[in-house]
Design a protein. Sequence first.
Length: 187
Amino acid sequence: MGRPARSAADFVIRRYDLPISVDKYLEIAKNEFFEQTRQELLKCKLKPGAERLVKHLYNNKIPLAIATSSKKETYALKTENHQELMSAFHHSVMSPDDAEVKRGKPAPDVFLVCASRFDDKPSPEEVLVFEDAPSGVEAAVAAGMQVVMVPDPQVDAEHRKMATLVLGSLEHFKPELFNLPPFGDDF
């Protein structure tokens, strides 16, 4: 509509002669938006190849963690239908809700904090990051970590350059390229 929210709400209320205040209209709109968003997040699907990769690494005792820019509530909704798989992860760091993470991506903070929470405290060079977003790739590289990018198709070539490896799908990932145990016949 090209107007600030209050102005747009006032316009709609007057245009349709609605018996409601601007504040009440905005509250209802906000609640409906959040409910629609919640429903969409609950439908969050894994990227093709993600389950196979996570189970393979977990079964081979490779420590796993999640470093995300999602807020705790959003992360919980995205992962709610994948709890069994999420149990493979040692820990998760949600940068907006974590006091140790001072700056969000593309700063390296979330990845450095995440790595520091593993029991064996790996050096950045020992950490492999999987990312879909250019800012995440930039953050991982700034942290001194290798990064496999699985971008959305609309991410241009310029934003893919920093990644150690770019794949169209996790289904094409070959663990042995990073000195990890290769996939066996069990997958």
